[in-house]
Design a protein around this ligand. Structure first.
Ligand SMILES: Nc1ncnc2c1ncn2[C@@H]1O[C@H](COP(=O)(O)OP(=O)(O)OP(=O)(O)O)[C@@H](O)[C@H]1O
Ligand SMILES: [Mg+2]
Length: 320
């Protein structure tokens, strides 16, 4: 492809648009547009996608997958232009990871970006769990699950803690939900992506109980726990979004705090969610401090100090 440069490094695909050829490409693709848009718009999608992905720390597998899907659609267009068959693909996924590692965030982003790439007609996310799918009597489960599937049409159906569908074994209605989902996945008319999410070990066990399932989910994305430095990067992004920053001592305090709690809590540590809660608590503590100190200048209003992460102290004497 002369209009794009595709390189591989460290197992990653990089798709780079060569801007000088944009005009050629537009005229080339205006003739036939199997995905509805002109290719110029498609490259805007790529640029927007890269911008959105840059706000996610790590998650290289997710970033690579989205670039691959983009490249595949692009090449599909080129193939069609050259009289070759353009293919459909099954994009159902399994997300494995501990709490707060970004599974729901990524599912929402995938729904949105796949809509922009016209893989999905609507691009919304329906997030459900066992109780939304499983009913109380024979036939109830299939009906409940079909209703959920109907709502998810055109978007992503995200089933959190999916392994709980295997709870109770063969006689459990969870099995009926799985069968109904599998049937919907096989129906090519269905314009939706199913994502099953859960903690790694439980998901492996769940898939081993349902031998027909793994092959129906060609994409598995592991969500690793974040390192302390990655958690610091997440905190920077969250603070920047809220127009706050850390003082130098504040930064050191957050780093030490994250390292300690992560070590203490191990597998139950809630990663990005912990960082979000930490920051939101510190913002409240800072607000109390500023009221007490009577400081309302721009610099004070936007800076979180080390003492703002000293929660016990602020809880004991909020406004005194
Ligand atoms: N890689 C990341 N970059 C930036 N922010 C992140 C990242 N991962 C998670 N977060 C943030 O952490 C918080 C928790 O993420 P999310 O709810 O997506 O996790 P989860 O894996 O769905 O958790 P759970 O399994 O408990 O449902 C969100 O505020 C999210 O924006
Ligand atoms: Mg979640």
């Amino acid at each position: 492809m002369k209009n794009t440069t595709v390189t591989r490094s460290k197992g990653q695909i990089n798709v780079v648009l060569n801007r000088e050829n944009k005009r050629d490409k537009e005229s080339l693709y205006r003739k036939e547009q199997p995905f509805g848009n002109t290719l110029a718009e498609k490259h805007e999608v790529l640029e927007r996608m890269e911008k959105e992905l840059s706000s996610l720390v790590g998650l290289n597998d997710v970033k690579q997958l989205l670039k691959e899907v983009y490249a595949w659609l692009y090449i599909n267009n080129c193939r069609k232009e050259n009289g070759l068959k353009s293919s459909r693909q099954s994009l159902h996924m399994i997300f494995k990871g501990n709490p707060g590692t970004g599974k729901t965030t990524v599912a929402r982003l995938i729904a949105k970006l796949f809509h922009e790439m016209e893989v999905l007609s609507k691009g919304h996310l329906i997030e459900v769990e066992r109780a939304d799918l499983v009913g109380e009597y024979i036939g109830h489960t299939a009906q409940k699950t079909r209703e959920v599937l109907k709502k998810a049409l055109g978007g992503v159906l995200f089933i959190d803690e999916a392994y709980s569908l295997a709870r109770g074994g063969e006689k459990d209605f969870g099995k009926e939900a799985i069968d109904t989902l599998v049937k919907a996945m096989e129906d090519q008319q269905h314009d939706f992506i199913l994502i099953l999410a859960g903690y790694g070990r439980e998901m492996d066990y769940f898939l081993s109980l349902n031998p027909g399932l793994p092959s129906r989910f060609p994409i598995t994305i592991p969500f690793e726990d974040y390192s302390t430095e990655e958690l610091m990067e997440i905190s920077e992004i969250m603070l920047a979004e809220r127009e706050y920053q850390l003082s130098r001592q504040g930064e050191q305090k957050v780093r030490d705090y994250l390292r300690r709690i992560k070590g203490e809590q191990g597998k139950t540590f809630s990663n990005g969610r912990f960082v979000r809660n930490l920051i939101e608590q510190a913002i409240r503590t800072q607000a109390v401090r500023l009221l007490v100190e009577g400081k309302y200048d721009r610099q004070s209003l936007s800076t979180l100090q080390a003492e703002d992460f000293d929660f016990e102290k602020s809880r004991v004497q909020p406004f005194s």
